[in-house]
Design a protein around this ligand. Sequence first.
Ligand code: DGL
Length: 270
Amino acid sequence: MSQNSAIGVFDSGLGGLCAVRELSRLLPNENIIYFGDTGRVPYGTKSRETIRKYTKEDARFLLSHGVKAILAACGTVSSNALECIRDITDVPVFGVVEDAAKAAYNASRTKRIGVIGTQATVNSGIFKRKIEAIDPNAVVLQKACPLFVSLVEYGFTADGDEVTRLACERYLAEFEGEIDTLIMGCTHFPIIKEHIAKALPGVTLINPAKEAAKAMAAEFNAKGLLSSSREKGEVRYFVSDDPTGFAASASIFLGESEGIFAEKVDIDKL
Ligand code: DGL
């Protein structure tokens, strides 16, 4: 593996493309290999055991491409299975929990912080533990918001969308007046951040994909892991289900997706 090997990024589906977008912005010369487990998504409703099994398979696929680092761009994986990847490789492994927890703590004045994510992320309690490890007096309130994943995937994302407005009000009402900072602990949630912000005015929103990309850029700089290429990096996309329609779905998370396509991987046959 060389400095110019790709960075491996994976997610249960396509939400992790938000992290690819951030990484490409901060580390434009890096090649990226993205794997989206579209054949087995969602992970957020599955048992910890299943999430860990899938995570190892996803990471092995990326490692088979000789990646120099891995980002688990999925909130559910980062909350439940990051150490499973560290067990099978020595390359640096990043998730979307640690830096988001620190960023939320630093951003919060009242040290009353909310966390939203999938059921499996909330069940893990990891954001709460990380924040309480920084400050045992911090108050962390958690809430699973599973419907947000479907709303984003079915395109209910426009600013004026009434269904998403009502869903945000319904899920987030219990945070009103209780927190000053909220971690959007699932890949999909930053896509509807305007709705979340309207439901919780004045609350600072933390986007874990952004925090992870910043942390990776800092560590690559510090450890001499940056690509020596001056060319714009290339991204290769792989999915575990039919790649037809990939570009349209990917555009929700990438912002644009002209000319991109994905290759199919039989992830459970590797
Ligand atoms: N990628 C997942 C996460 O960030 C959301 C979708 C799923 O449940 O797999 O937690």
